[in-house]
Design a protein around this ligand. Structure first.
Ligand code: PNS
Length: 187
């Protein structure tokens, strides 16, 4: 009599562990990479929509060798942390190096990028193809919401530099940070 009960328990344990294993293995993880100098409503829209499609989303602040930055990596990470606090499956990290190496070491299968207009396409396609060829990491493009199609961090910084109103382009805390950085003489 004790034998069947024991095998039932074993079977149940096997089910649970198989289930657990499956959910861990099937976990869909994505990275939203960028300079985020600073994060804008355009970025936040993509991050929010990615969080609805993936189980785990890492927003990675990457060092772009071709750009100089107004905010430090730590400052940019803190801004993203604060503005994505309502998204429970979104984390923030930083990386200096190839994006595919970050993906490999963090078991990330997909890169999510926003496409604003055709002007983004050539460069983004090239990067997606290089990343796919080198490592098999897929890039998923999301169409930017039309309200954000003109928005970029560079534009926001330029406007803020000359005292323009960027309150419709970035969250209030970023607007405040921009103003004080401009006052300090930051570019
Ligand atoms: O917000 P940005 O500056 O347009 O983001 C570009 C970024 C940082 C995501 C991109 O330059 C990048 O992935 N840099 C990491 C180095 C890398 O992997 N380069 C692509 C090889 S072709």
């Amino acid at each position: 009599m004790a034998r069947p009960r024991f095998s039932m328990a074993l079977l149940r344990l096997k089910w649970i562990s198989t289930d657990l294993l499956a959910s861990v293995c099937l976990m869909k993880r994505a990275v939203c990479p960028g300079s985020f100098d600073p994060v804008t409503f355009g970025h936040l829209d993509i991050i929010e929509r990615a969080s609805a499609q993936f189980d785990d989303v890492v927003v990675a602040v990457l060092v772009n060798r071709t750009k100089s930055s107004m905010f430090t990596v730590a400052e940019r990470m803190e801004m993203i942390l604060k503005t994505t606090a309502h998204l429970s499956n979104v984390r923030v990290d930083s990386w200096s190096g190839l994006l595919v190496d970050y993906c490999k070491s963090n078991e990330i299968q997909s890169i999510v990028k926003g496409l604003r207009a055709v002007t983004d396409f050539d460069y983004e396609l090239q990067m997606a193809q290089v990343n796919l060829q080198g490592s098999g990491v897929e890039t998923m493009f999301m169409a930017t919401a039309p309200t954000h199609s003109f928005l970029s961090s560079s534009l926001v910084k330029e406007l803020a530099h000359y005292g323009g109103d960027v309150s419709s382009m970035v969250p209030e805390l970023i607007n405040t940070a921009l103003k004080s950085r401009v006052q300090e003489g930051g570019k």
